[in-house]
Design a protein around this ligand. Structure first.
Ligand code: MV4
Length: 524
Protein backbone atom coordinates (compact mmCIF):
# COMPACT_ATOMS: atom_id res chain seq x y z
CA UNK A 1 0.00 0.00 0.00
CA UNK A 2 1.24 3.47 -0.86
CA UNK A 3 0.88 6.26 1.64
CA UNK A 4 0.46 9.80 0.51
CA UNK A 5 3.29 12.07 1.61
CA UNK A 6 2.99 15.14 3.77
CA UNK A 7 1.21 18.07 2.15
CA UNK A 8 3.29 21.23 2.44
CA UNK A 9 1.54 24.59 2.63
CA UNK A 10 1.37 26.09 -0.84
CA UNK A 11 3.05 29.39 -1.67
CA UNK A 12 0.06 30.36 -3.78
CA UNK A 13 -1.38 32.78 -1.26
CA UNK A 14 1.86 34.45 -0.27
CA UNK A 15 2.41 35.65 -3.84
CA UNK A 16 -1.11 36.94 -4.25
CA UNK A 17 -1.56 38.75 -0.98
CA UNK A 18 0.85 41.70 -0.64
CA UNK A 19 1.23 42.50 3.04
CA UNK A 20 1.44 46.28 2.48
CA UNK A 21 -2.37 46.42 2.27
CA UNK A 22 -2.65 45.01 5.77
CA UNK A 23 -1.84 48.17 7.66
CA UNK A 24 -4.37 50.36 5.84
CA UNK A 25 -7.39 51.31 7.93
CA UNK A 26 -10.88 50.88 6.59
CA UNK A 27 -14.07 51.67 8.46
CA UNK A 28 -16.54 48.79 8.19
CA UNK A 29 -20.11 50.06 7.68
CA UNK A 30 -21.87 46.88 6.64
CA UNK A 31 -21.19 43.25 7.58
CA UNK A 32 -22.59 40.12 5.99
CA UNK A 33 -22.69 37.20 8.40
CA UNK A 34 -22.05 34.02 6.44
CA UNK A 35 -23.68 31.76 9.02
CA UNK A 36 -26.93 30.87 10.77
CA UNK A 37 -28.31 30.15 14.22
CA UNK A 38 -26.91 31.42 17.48
CA UNK A 39 -23.55 32.55 16.13
CA UNK A 40 -25.12 34.64 13.34
CA UNK A 41 -27.20 36.47 15.98
CA UNK A 42 -24.22 36.74 18.32
CA UNK A 43 -22.14 38.50 15.65
CA UNK A 44 -24.98 40.76 14.48
CA UNK A 45 -25.70 41.96 18.02
CA UNK A 46 -22.18 43.29 18.41
CA UNK A 47 -22.23 44.78 14.90
CA UNK A 48 -25.43 46.65 15.79
CA UNK A 49 -23.84 47.97 18.99
CA UNK A 50 -20.97 49.31 16.87
CA UNK A 51 -23.36 51.11 14.50
CA UNK A 52 -22.61 48.65 11.70
CA UNK A 53 -25.36 47.53 9.29
CA UNK A 54 -25.98 43.78 9.08
CA UNK A 55 -26.85 41.43 6.25
CA UNK A 56 -28.08 37.88 6.94
CA UNK A 57 -27.99 35.02 4.49
CA UNK A 58 -30.36 32.11 4.90
CA UNK A 59 -31.41 28.85 3.33
CA UNK A 60 -35.00 27.96 2.48
CA UNK A 61 -35.17 26.04 5.78
CA UNK A 62 -34.29 29.18 7.76
CA UNK A 63 -36.77 31.70 6.26
CA UNK A 64 -38.36 32.41 9.65
CA UNK A 65 -35.20 32.14 11.76
CA UNK A 66 -34.40 34.89 14.29
CA UNK A 67 -31.07 35.72 12.61
CA UNK A 68 -33.02 36.63 9.46
CA UNK A 69 -35.43 38.88 11.36
CA UNK A 70 -32.64 40.54 13.33
CA UNK A 71 -30.59 41.63 10.32
CA UNK A 72 -31.11 44.92 8.49
CA UNK A 73 -31.20 42.99 5.20
CA UNK A 74 -31.50 39.29 4.44
CA UNK A 75 -30.89 37.26 1.29
CA UNK A 76 -31.96 33.68 0.58
CA UNK A 77 -28.96 31.78 -0.80
CA UNK A 78 -30.58 28.49 -1.73
CA UNK A 79 -32.17 25.19 -0.69
CA UNK A 80 -31.66 23.74 2.82
CA UNK A 81 -28.54 21.55 2.34
CA UNK A 82 -25.40 23.50 3.36
CA UNK A 83 -23.61 22.77 0.09
CA UNK A 84 -26.48 24.48 -1.76
CA UNK A 85 -26.67 27.47 0.62
CA UNK A 86 -24.29 28.40 3.47
CA UNK A 87 -21.26 26.93 1.69
CA UNK A 88 -21.73 28.81 -1.60
CA UNK A 89 -18.74 31.13 -1.26
CA UNK A 90 -18.92 32.72 -4.71
CA UNK A 91 -22.62 33.44 -4.39
CA UNK A 92 -22.09 35.00 -0.97
CA UNK A 93 -19.33 37.25 -2.34
CA UNK A 94 -21.64 38.26 -5.20
CA UNK A 95 -24.34 39.25 -2.70
CA UNK A 96 -21.77 41.39 -0.86
CA UNK A 97 -21.00 43.28 -4.07
CA UNK A 98 -24.68 43.83 -4.85
CA UNK A 99 -25.51 45.07 -1.35
CA UNK A 100 -22.39 47.19 -0.88
CA UNK A 101 -21.12 45.06 2.00
CA UNK A 102 -17.65 45.91 3.39
CA UNK A 103 -16.84 42.75 5.34
CA UNK A 104 -17.82 39.12 5.92
CA UNK A 105 -17.91 37.47 9.32
CA UNK A 106 -17.86 33.67 8.82
CA UNK A 107 -18.74 32.60 12.38
CA UNK A 108 -17.59 29.01 13.05
CA UNK A 109 -18.01 25.95 10.83
CA UNK A 110 -19.15 26.46 7.21
CA UNK A 111 -16.59 28.71 5.42
CA UNK A 112 -14.78 29.95 8.54
CA UNK A 113 -11.57 27.93 8.06
CA UNK A 114 -11.58 27.78 4.28
CA UNK A 115 -8.35 29.49 3.16
CA UNK A 116 -9.43 29.64 -0.49
CA UNK A 117 -12.69 31.41 0.45
CA UNK A 118 -10.81 33.85 2.69
CA UNK A 119 -8.49 34.62 -0.25
CA UNK A 120 -11.42 35.14 -2.65
CA UNK A 121 -13.09 37.52 -0.20
CA UNK A 122 -9.91 39.57 -0.01
CA UNK A 123 -9.41 39.47 -3.80
CA UNK A 124 -12.97 40.80 -4.22
CA UNK A 125 -11.95 43.89 -2.22
CA UNK A 126 -13.87 42.76 0.86
CA UNK A 127 -12.58 42.30 4.40
CA UNK A 128 -12.59 38.78 5.88
CA UNK A 129 -13.21 39.21 9.62
CA UNK A 130 -10.68 36.64 10.71
CA UNK A 131 -7.05 35.73 10.05
CA UNK A 132 -5.11 35.80 6.76
CA UNK A 133 -5.51 32.95 4.27
CA UNK A 134 -1.87 32.02 4.97
CA UNK A 135 -2.55 31.54 8.70
CA UNK A 136 -5.62 29.41 7.96
CA UNK A 137 -3.65 27.31 5.46
CA UNK A 138 -0.63 26.66 7.69
CA UNK A 139 -2.68 25.87 10.81
CA UNK A 140 -5.19 23.75 8.87
CA UNK A 141 -2.69 20.93 8.72
CA UNK A 142 -1.22 19.46 11.92
CA UNK A 143 2.20 18.68 10.46
CA UNK A 144 2.60 22.02 8.72
CA UNK A 145 1.58 23.76 11.98
CA UNK A 146 4.24 21.80 13.88
CA UNK A 147 6.83 22.89 11.30
CA UNK A 148 5.64 26.49 11.53
CA UNK A 149 6.22 26.63 15.29
CA UNK A 150 9.50 24.69 15.18
CA UNK A 151 11.71 27.77 15.71
CA UNK A 152 9.89 28.56 18.97
CA UNK A 153 10.31 26.54 22.10
CA UNK A 154 6.84 24.97 22.11
CA UNK A 155 6.41 21.71 24.03
CA UNK A 156 5.04 18.98 21.79
CA UNK A 157 4.17 15.33 22.42
CA UNK A 158 7.12 13.10 21.42
CA UNK A 159 6.47 11.92 17.88
CA UNK A 160 7.48 11.90 14.24
CA UNK A 161 8.03 15.41 12.82
CA UNK A 162 6.87 14.35 9.35
CA UNK A 163 4.38 12.02 7.72
CA UNK A 164 5.18 8.31 8.05
CA UNK A 165 4.90 6.35 4.82
CA UNK A 166 6.99 3.26 5.48
CA UNK A 167 5.47 0.84 8.00
CA UNK A 168 8.74 -0.70 9.15
CA UNK A 169 10.31 2.71 9.76
CA UNK A 170 7.12 3.83 11.52
CA UNK A 171 7.31 0.79 13.79
CA UNK A 172 10.96 1.49 14.60
CA UNK A 173 10.02 5.05 15.54
CA UNK A 174 7.02 3.91 17.57
CA UNK A 175 9.22 1.56 19.58
CA UNK A 176 11.54 4.49 20.30
CA UNK A 177 8.61 6.69 21.33
CA UNK A 178 7.18 3.85 23.42
CA UNK A 179 3.74 2.25 23.20
CA UNK A 180 0.90 3.13 23.35
CA UNK A 181 1.20 5.46 20.37
CA UNK A 182 -1.41 7.41 18.47
CA UNK A 183 -1.53 7.54 14.68
CA UNK A 184 -3.02 10.85 13.58
CA UNK A 185 -4.12 12.23 10.22
CA UNK A 186 -2.27 15.46 9.45
CA UNK A 187 -5.38 16.97 7.88
CA UNK A 188 -7.47 15.53 10.72
CA UNK A 189 -10.20 16.96 12.86
CA UNK A 190 -13.00 15.64 15.03
CA UNK A 191 -11.00 12.53 15.87
CA UNK A 192 -11.18 11.25 12.28
CA UNK A 193 -8.12 9.37 11.08
CA UNK A 194 -6.93 8.93 14.68
CA UNK A 195 -5.99 5.43 15.93
CA UNK A 196 -4.50 4.24 19.21
CA UNK A 197 -1.93 1.45 18.89
CA UNK A 198 -1.34 -0.47 22.13
CA UNK A 199 1.41 -2.76 20.84
CA UNK A 200 3.54 -3.36 17.75
CA UNK A 201 1.47 -6.35 16.52
CA UNK A 202 -1.50 -4.00 15.97
CA UNK A 203 0.46 -1.32 14.15
CA UNK A 204 -0.07 -2.33 10.49
CA UNK A 205 -3.81 -2.76 10.86
CA UNK A 206 -4.29 0.55 12.71
CA UNK A 207 -2.10 2.42 10.25
CA UNK A 208 -4.13 1.10 7.30
CA UNK A 209 -7.31 2.19 9.04
CA UNK A 210 -5.99 5.65 9.87
CA UNK A 211 -4.80 6.20 6.29
CA UNK A 212 -8.04 5.03 4.65
CA UNK A 213 -10.10 7.13 7.03
CA UNK A 214 -7.90 10.16 6.34
CA UNK A 215 -8.22 9.71 2.56
CA UNK A 216 -11.98 9.22 2.81
CA UNK A 217 -12.51 12.21 5.10
CA UNK A 218 -9.91 14.73 3.93
CA UNK A 219 -8.61 13.48 0.59
CA UNK A 220 -5.17 13.46 2.20
CA UNK A 221 -3.69 10.26 3.63
CA UNK A 222 -0.72 11.82 5.42
CA UNK A 223 -0.43 10.41 8.95
CA UNK A 224 2.13 10.78 11.74
CA UNK A 225 2.82 9.06 15.04
CA UNK A 226 2.75 10.49 18.57
CA UNK A 227 3.12 9.14 22.08
CA UNK A 228 -0.42 8.50 23.32
CA UNK A 229 -1.22 10.51 26.42
CA UNK A 230 -3.79 8.24 28.05
CA UNK A 231 -5.77 10.57 30.29
CA UNK A 232 -5.22 14.16 29.20
CA UNK A 233 -7.17 17.27 29.94
CA UNK A 234 -8.08 19.31 26.89
CA UNK A 235 -7.18 22.90 27.67
CA UNK A 236 -7.11 25.65 25.07
CA UNK A 237 -5.89 29.23 25.13
CA UNK A 238 -7.76 32.10 23.48
CA UNK A 239 -5.50 34.47 21.55
CA UNK A 240 -6.12 37.77 19.84
CA UNK A 241 -3.79 39.48 17.40
CA UNK A 242 -3.90 42.69 15.38
CA UNK A 243 -2.48 43.57 11.94
CA UNK A 244 0.47 45.39 13.56
CA UNK A 245 2.07 42.34 15.17
CA UNK A 246 0.57 42.69 18.65
CA UNK A 247 -0.69 39.39 20.12
CA UNK A 248 -2.20 38.72 23.56
CA UNK A 249 -3.79 35.69 25.17
CA UNK A 250 -7.05 35.70 27.12
CA UNK A 251 -6.31 32.74 29.37
CA UNK A 252 -7.62 29.20 29.12
CA UNK A 253 -10.82 27.25 28.61
CA UNK A 254 -11.15 23.77 30.03
CA UNK A 255 -12.90 21.57 27.43
CA UNK A 256 -12.25 18.04 28.66
CA UNK A 257 -15.88 16.97 28.88
CA UNK A 258 -16.33 15.70 25.34
CA UNK A 259 -18.43 13.01 23.70
CA UNK A 260 -17.09 11.63 20.43
CA UNK A 261 -14.89 14.73 20.06
CA UNK A 262 -17.84 17.05 20.56
CA UNK A 263 -17.51 19.34 23.55
CA UNK A 264 -20.39 19.19 26.00
CA UNK A 265 -19.44 21.45 28.92
CA UNK A 266 -16.70 24.09 28.87
CA UNK A 267 -15.44 26.43 31.55
CA UNK A 268 -12.96 29.19 32.25
CA UNK A 269 -10.64 29.26 34.03
CA UNK A 270 -9.46 25.67 34.57
CA UNK A 271 -9.71 24.31 38.12
CA UNK A 272 -6.25 22.70 37.95
CA UNK A 273 -3.81 25.19 36.39
CA UNK A 274 -1.42 27.05 38.66
CA UNK A 275 -0.78 30.74 37.88
CA UNK A 276 2.73 29.79 36.71
CA UNK A 277 1.52 27.09 34.29
CA UNK A 278 -1.25 29.40 33.07
CA UNK A 279 1.36 32.04 32.26
CA UNK A 280 3.65 29.53 30.55
CA UNK A 281 0.81 28.16 28.41
CA UNK A 282 -0.31 31.69 27.55
CA UNK A 283 3.21 32.58 26.40
CA UNK A 284 3.38 29.43 24.27
CA UNK A 285 0.00 30.20 22.70
CA UNK A 286 1.15 33.71 21.80
CA UNK A 287 4.32 32.22 20.24
CA UNK A 288 2.23 29.77 18.20
CA UNK A 289 0.15 32.69 16.93
CA UNK A 290 3.31 34.69 16.22
CA UNK A 291 4.75 31.77 14.25
CA UNK A 292 2.00 32.21 11.65
CA UNK A 293 1.73 36.03 11.84
CA UNK A 294 -1.72 35.62 13.31
CA UNK A 295 -4.33 38.34 13.53
CA UNK A 296 -7.94 38.12 14.69
CA UNK A 297 -9.30 35.72 17.31
CA UNK A 298 -7.81 32.23 17.46
CA UNK A 299 -7.45 29.28 19.81
CA UNK A 300 -4.36 27.25 20.61
CA UNK A 301 -5.20 23.71 21.74
CA UNK A 302 -3.12 21.84 24.29
CA UNK A 303 -3.39 18.53 26.09
CA UNK A 304 -2.28 18.52 29.71
CA UNK A 305 -1.19 15.36 31.50
CA UNK A 306 -1.69 14.50 35.16
CA UNK A 307 1.65 16.05 36.11
CA UNK A 308 0.48 19.28 34.43
CA UNK A 309 2.92 18.92 31.53
CA UNK A 310 1.29 20.62 28.56
CA UNK A 311 1.73 19.90 24.86
CA UNK A 312 0.71 21.94 21.82
CA UNK A 313 -1.71 20.05 19.56
CA UNK A 314 -3.11 22.45 16.97
CA UNK A 315 -4.50 25.92 16.39
CA UNK A 316 -8.09 26.74 15.45
CA UNK A 317 -8.21 29.82 13.27
CA UNK A 318 -11.77 30.88 14.02
CA UNK A 319 -14.07 32.22 16.71
CA UNK A 320 -15.00 29.15 18.75
CA UNK A 321 -18.38 27.98 19.99
CA UNK A 322 -17.22 28.28 23.60
CA UNK A 323 -15.86 31.87 23.32
CA UNK A 324 -18.49 33.29 25.74
CA UNK A 325 -16.82 31.80 28.83
CA UNK A 326 -13.69 33.78 27.94
CA UNK A 327 -15.76 36.93 27.37
CA UNK A 328 -17.33 36.58 30.82
CA UNK A 329 -14.09 36.11 32.77
CA UNK A 330 -12.15 38.83 30.89
CA UNK A 331 -14.86 41.39 30.07
CA UNK A 332 -13.70 41.43 26.43
CA UNK A 333 -16.23 41.26 23.57
CA UNK A 334 -14.29 39.00 21.21
CA UNK A 335 -16.47 39.76 18.20
CA UNK A 336 -15.99 43.50 18.70
CA UNK A 337 -12.21 43.01 18.88
CA UNK A 338 -12.31 40.87 15.71
CA UNK A 339 -14.12 43.67 13.87
CA UNK A 340 -11.76 46.39 15.16
CA UNK A 341 -8.74 44.29 14.18
CA UNK A 342 -10.24 43.69 10.72
CA UNK A 343 -10.58 47.47 10.31
CA UNK A 344 -6.87 47.79 11.03
CA UNK A 345 -6.98 49.10 14.59
CA UNK A 346 -4.19 48.09 16.93
CA UNK A 347 -5.37 46.17 20.03
CA UNK A 348 -6.62 48.66 22.63
CA UNK A 349 -5.16 46.68 25.56
CA UNK A 350 -1.94 44.95 26.51
CA UNK A 351 -1.36 41.58 28.18
CA UNK A 352 -0.90 43.30 31.57
CA UNK A 353 -4.34 44.89 31.27
CA UNK A 354 -6.02 41.49 31.18
CA UNK A 355 -7.01 39.51 34.25
CA UNK A 356 -9.33 36.69 35.18
CA UNK A 357 -12.37 37.78 37.13
CA UNK A 358 -14.75 35.10 38.42
CA UNK A 359 -15.69 31.85 36.74
CA UNK A 360 -17.87 30.91 33.76
CA UNK A 361 -19.39 27.61 32.61
CA UNK A 362 -21.05 26.81 29.28
CA UNK A 363 -23.40 23.96 28.41
CA UNK A 364 -24.11 23.13 24.80
CA UNK A 365 -27.82 22.58 24.25
CA UNK A 366 -28.12 20.06 21.43
CA UNK A 367 -31.28 18.66 19.86
CA UNK A 368 -30.20 15.12 20.70
CA UNK A 369 -31.66 12.42 22.90
CA UNK A 370 -29.13 11.54 25.61
CA UNK A 371 -31.22 8.49 26.58
CA UNK A 372 -31.12 7.18 23.02
CA UNK A 373 -27.44 7.25 22.11
CA UNK A 374 -27.58 11.02 21.42
CA UNK A 375 -29.59 10.50 18.23
CA UNK A 376 -30.44 13.87 16.65
CA UNK A 377 -33.98 14.77 17.61
CA UNK A 378 -35.96 16.99 15.27
CA UNK A 379 -39.35 18.52 15.84
CA UNK A 380 -41.11 21.71 16.76
CA UNK A 381 -40.32 23.83 19.81
CA UNK A 382 -43.81 23.80 21.27
CA UNK A 383 -42.59 25.40 24.47
CA UNK A 384 -39.37 27.38 24.65
CA UNK A 385 -38.71 29.40 27.80
CA UNK A 386 -35.19 30.64 28.52
CA UNK A 387 -33.74 30.82 32.01
CA UNK A 388 -33.03 34.33 33.26
CA UNK A 389 -31.48 36.17 36.16
CA UNK A 390 -28.13 37.39 37.40
CA UNK A 391 -25.17 35.64 35.82
CA UNK A 392 -27.13 33.80 33.14
CA UNK A 393 -26.46 34.23 29.40
CA UNK A 394 -28.31 32.35 26.70
CA UNK A 395 -26.92 32.46 23.16
CA UNK A 396 -29.52 30.87 20.94
CA UNK A 397 -30.97 31.15 17.47
CA UNK A 398 -34.50 29.95 17.76
CA UNK A 399 -37.84 30.79 19.33
CA UNK A 400 -41.04 29.11 20.49
CA UNK A 401 -43.05 27.54 17.67
CA UNK A 402 -40.03 27.07 15.39
CA UNK A 403 -39.19 23.76 13.75
CA UNK A 404 -35.60 22.56 14.19
CA UNK A 405 -34.23 21.80 10.69
CA UNK A 406 -32.49 18.47 10.18
CA UNK A 407 -29.88 19.85 7.81
CA UNK A 408 -27.49 21.51 10.24
CA UNK A 409 -25.52 21.05 13.44
CA UNK A 410 -27.75 19.81 16.29
CA UNK A 411 -26.48 22.54 18.65
CA UNK A 412 -29.42 24.89 19.04
CA UNK A 413 -28.31 27.03 21.99
CA UNK A 414 -25.61 27.68 24.55
CA UNK A 415 -26.34 28.24 28.20
CA UNK A 416 -23.60 30.15 29.97
CA UNK A 417 -23.41 31.10 33.65
CA UNK A 418 -21.05 33.37 35.51
CA UNK A 419 -20.26 33.50 39.21
CA UNK A 420 -17.66 34.94 41.54
CA UNK A 421 -16.08 31.50 41.80
CA UNK A 422 -16.42 28.02 40.28
CA UNK A 423 -18.97 26.65 42.70
CA UNK A 424 -21.22 29.69 42.25
CA UNK A 425 -21.05 29.33 38.45
CA UNK A 426 -21.91 25.61 38.73
CA UNK A 427 -24.81 26.24 41.13
CA UNK A 428 -26.18 28.91 38.80
CA UNK A 429 -25.90 26.49 35.88
CA UNK A 430 -27.92 23.79 37.64
CA UNK A 431 -30.56 26.37 38.59
CA UNK A 432 -30.64 27.69 35.00
CA UNK A 433 -30.97 24.17 33.54
CA UNK A 434 -33.94 23.53 35.85
CA UNK A 435 -35.49 26.83 34.70
CA UNK A 436 -34.98 26.13 30.96
CA UNK A 437 -38.26 24.80 29.53
CA UNK A 438 -37.99 23.06 26.18
CA UNK A 439 -40.95 20.97 25.03
CA UNK A 440 -41.17 19.32 21.62
CA UNK A 441 -37.65 17.96 21.27
CA UNK A 442 -35.21 16.08 23.49
CA UNK A 443 -32.07 18.03 24.42
CA UNK A 444 -28.74 17.39 26.11
CA UNK A 445 -29.68 19.60 29.10
CA UNK A 446 -30.43 16.68 31.50
CA UNK A 447 -27.12 15.14 30.46
CA UNK A 448 -25.33 18.45 31.21
CA UNK A 449 -26.96 18.51 34.65
CA UNK A 450 -25.61 15.02 35.29
CA UNK A 451 -22.10 16.25 34.40
CA UNK A 452 -22.36 19.34 36.60
CA UNK A 453 -23.55 17.38 39.62
CA UNK A 454 -20.99 14.58 39.26
CA UNK A 455 -18.41 14.71 42.00
CA UNK A 456 -15.55 14.21 39.54
CA UNK A 457 -16.62 17.37 37.72
CA UNK A 458 -17.31 19.32 40.91
CA UNK A 459 -13.90 18.39 42.34
CA UNK A 460 -12.04 19.25 39.13
CA UNK A 461 -10.58 15.74 39.16
CA UNK A 462 -11.58 14.70 35.61
CA UNK A 463 -10.13 14.44 32.12
CA UNK A 464 -11.22 13.60 28.55
CA UNK A 465 -12.37 10.15 29.72
CA UNK A 466 -15.15 11.68 31.84
CA UNK A 467 -18.11 10.56 29.75
CA UNK A 468 -16.80 7.10 28.87
CA UNK A 469 -16.01 6.50 32.56
CA UNK A 470 -19.17 7.79 34.17
CA UNK A 471 -22.03 8.10 31.71
CA UNK A 472 -24.65 5.53 30.93
CA UNK A 473 -28.22 6.49 29.93
CA UNK A 474 -29.69 5.09 33.18
CA UNK A 475 -27.98 7.79 35.26
CA UNK A 476 -30.54 10.25 33.88
CA UNK A 477 -33.37 8.29 35.50
CA UNK A 478 -31.87 8.69 38.93
CA UNK A 479 -30.68 12.31 38.93
CA UNK A 480 -30.75 13.43 42.57
CA UNK A 481 -33.61 15.65 43.68
CA UNK A 482 -33.15 19.06 45.27
CA UNK A 483 -32.29 18.00 48.86
CA UNK A 484 -29.91 15.24 47.92
CA UNK A 485 -28.28 17.66 45.52
CA UNK A 486 -27.55 20.18 48.27
CA UNK A 487 -25.89 17.44 50.31
CA UNK A 488 -23.84 16.20 47.36
CA UNK A 489 -22.72 19.74 46.53
CA UNK A 490 -21.72 20.42 50.13
CA UNK A 491 -19.75 17.18 50.26
CA UNK A 492 -18.02 17.87 46.97
CA UNK A 493 -16.99 21.40 47.92
CA UNK A 494 -15.70 20.04 51.25
CA UNK A 495 -13.52 17.57 49.34
CA UNK A 496 -12.34 20.32 47.00
CA UNK A 497 -11.33 22.70 49.78
CA UNK A 498 -9.53 19.95 51.66
CA UNK A 499 -7.62 18.66 48.61
CA UNK A 500 -8.66 15.13 49.39
CA UNK A 501 -8.55 12.53 46.67
CA UNK A 502 -12.05 11.77 45.48
CA UNK A 503 -13.33 8.36 46.49
CA UNK A 504 -16.51 6.54 45.47
CA UNK A 505 -18.83 8.53 43.23
CA UNK A 506 -22.46 8.47 44.39
CA UNK A 507 -23.78 8.66 40.84
CA UNK A 508 -21.54 5.97 39.39
CA UNK A 509 -20.31 2.61 40.52
CA UNK A 510 -16.73 3.29 39.44
CA UNK A 511 -14.19 4.94 41.72
CA UNK A 512 -12.53 8.08 40.43
CA UNK A 513 -9.41 7.00 38.54
CA UNK A 514 -8.10 10.50 37.86
CA UNK A 515 -5.62 12.27 40.07
CA UNK A 516 -5.96 15.94 39.20
CA UNK A 517 -5.41 18.38 42.03
CA UNK A 518 -7.37 21.59 41.95
CA UNK A 519 -5.71 24.96 42.43
CA UNK A 520 -8.42 26.52 44.50
CA UNK A 521 -6.03 27.64 47.22
CA UNK A 522 -3.51 28.93 44.71
CA UNK A 523 -6.14 31.08 43.03
CA UNK A 524 -7.39 32.72 46.21
C1 MV4 B 1 -4.09 13.28 21.59
C2 MV4 B 1 -4.54 12.65 22.75
C3 MV4 B 1 -3.62 11.90 23.46
N1 MV4 B 1 -2.34 11.81 23.05
N2 MV4 B 1 -2.80 13.17 21.23
C4 MV4 B 1 -8.41 14.59 20.01
C5 MV4 B 1 -8.74 15.34 18.74
C6 MV4 B 1 -7.57 16.19 18.44
N3 MV4 B 1 -7.87 17.55 18.76
C7 MV4 B 1 -6.46 15.65 19.28
N4 MV4 B 1 -7.03 14.77 20.26
C8 MV4 B 1 -6.25 14.11 21.14
N5 MV4 B 1 -4.93 13.99 20.82
C9 MV4 B 1 -1.96 12.46 21.95
N6 MV4 B 1 -0.68 12.35 21.55
C10 MV4 B 1 -5.87 12.80 23.13
C11 MV4 B 1 -6.74 13.53 22.31
C12 MV4 B 1 -8.09 13.70 22.76
C13 MV4 B 1 -8.98 12.65 22.81
C14 MV4 B 1 -8.62 11.39 22.41
C15 MV4 B 1 -9.50 10.34 22.50
C16 MV4 B 1 -10.79 10.57 23.00
C17 MV4 B 1 -11.18 11.82 23.37
C18 MV4 B 1 -10.29 12.88 23.29
C19 MV4 B 1 -10.69 14.14 23.67
C20 MV4 B 1 -9.80 15.16 23.60
C21 MV4 B 1 -8.50 14.95 23.14
Amino acid sequence: MLYQGQRRPSLFFAKQNPTETKKRMKKIEKILVANRGEIALRVMRTAKEMGIQTVAIYSEADRLAPHVKFADQAVCVGPPPSNQSYLLGDKIIQICKELNVDAIHPGYGFLSENAAFCQKVTDAGLIFIGPSPESIEVMGDKLSSKHAVARYNIPMVPGTPDAVTDREEAKRKSKEIGYPVLIKASAGGGGKGMRVVEKEEEFDEQMDRAVSEAIASFGNGAVFVEKYITSPKHIEIQVLGDKHGNIVHLFERECSVQRRHQKVVEEAPSAVLTPAIREAMGKCAVDVARACNYYGAGTVEFIVDEDLNFYFLEMNTRLQVEHPVTELITGVDLVKEMILVAEGHPLSFKQEDLQIQGHAVECRVCAEDPKNNFLPDVGTLHTYVRPQGNGVRVDDGMEEGMAIPIYYDPMIAKLITYGKDRSEAIDKMVRAIDEYKIVGIQTTLPFCKFVLRHEAFVSGNFDTRFISLYYKPEVLDTLPQAEEEMLAAALASHLLVNHKPVSQASTSNAGNPSRWKTQRTALR
